[in-house]
Design a protein around this ligand. Structure first.
Ligand code: GLU
Length: 273
């Protein structure tokens, strides 16, 4: 599939998801009948990707399946919902999803609105540039550059607040849209978690086009977002995450999903009960 069509589909999907959210319509429990609604990314290869045949693939997708199974929901009982970065808290608060597994960093600002199980993965903010670019090698270089990230992400927030306040930062709805801008030279760099950037760089249609700069600009601990105050669900998800690590599934999944991109993942972080 061509890059442009992936991005167009992703952009359309973002619009659809936003429309659906704006119209409400979810139950207030994140489950309907015997089904469970789970929020994931649809446009992040390696983590959460809606494939052209309509199936879902990635580390976050498999983590979500494992947790759902431990909660008593087999795969055919899962409704996958797109959870763009800026919509995650709303989807949880409105009860549109039971939980969100979508490269979702745990931080204090978000903890005021939702609770987190986990963490289940640790990564760091990095930069993706065009393969022939040698002008961006450190954070300070960004202050004179055009940078792209996503609305509602910690990546954009970190840039504005501390990393490069003077950079010309564009914020779009999804990282795949930034990638198109990077290829077209509308922007000079895309910034977010290295785990996400490595997934884009490794896609067949992107081979040789982009490179990661290799900076560790922040610590991003991925958690599973759920309704604030639902301690019972949080406890159950934490138990499932601990089991996923102790039974070897975590290791198997990170190898499977980050092996192809060559992303050097860190050991499983300890779940905070
Ligand atoms: N992990 C970061 C965040 O939660 C960046 C990735 C994302 O936007 O999903 O904001």
């Amino acid at each position: 599939m061509k890059l442009r069509s992936v991005s167009a589909a992703a952009a359309a999907a973002v619009v659809l998801a936003l429309t659906a959210t704006a119209c409400g319509g979810g139950s207030d429990s994140g489950s309907n009948g015997d089904k469970i609604n789970i929020g994931i990314k649809f446009d992040q290869p390696g983590l959460g990707l809606k494939t052209p045949d309509g199936t879902y693939a990635g580390f976050d997708v498999d983590v979500a399946k494992y947790v759902a199974k431990e909660l008593g929901y087999s795969e055919d009982k899962i409704n996958w919902k797109q959870a763009p970065s800026a919509e995650r808290e709303n989807l949880i608060k409105n009860g549109d999803v039971k939980f969100v597994v979508a490269s979702y960093s745990i931080n204090d600002k978000r903890k005021k609105e939702v609770d987190f199980a986990g963490p289940y993965f640790l990564t760091h903010q990095d930069l993706l540039v065009r393969a022939d670019d040698n002008t961006i090698t450190k954070v300070e270089d960004l202050n004179s550059k055009k940078l792209c990230s996503v609305t509602g992400s910690t990546s954009a927030q970190n840039v504005k607040e501390k990393l490069a306040p003077k950079a010309n930062l564009q914020q779009l709805g999804g990282y795949s849209e930034c990638l198109t801008g990077l290829e077209n030279k509308a922007v000079d760099a895309l910034t977010t978690d290295a785990s996400i950037l490595a997934g884009y760089a490794a896609q067949k249609e992107n081979q040789g086009k982009f490179k990661l700069v290799g900076l560790k600009m922040s610590d991003e601990n991925y958690g599973i977002g759920l309704k604030k105050g639902d301690d019972e669900l949080r406890g159950k998800i934490n138990k499932a995450l601990e089991k996923m690590v102790s039974d070897g599934t975590w290791e198997k999944l990170v190898k499977e999903h980050f092996g192809p991109s060559g992303y050097k993942y860190e050991p499983a972080p300890k779940v905070q009960n």
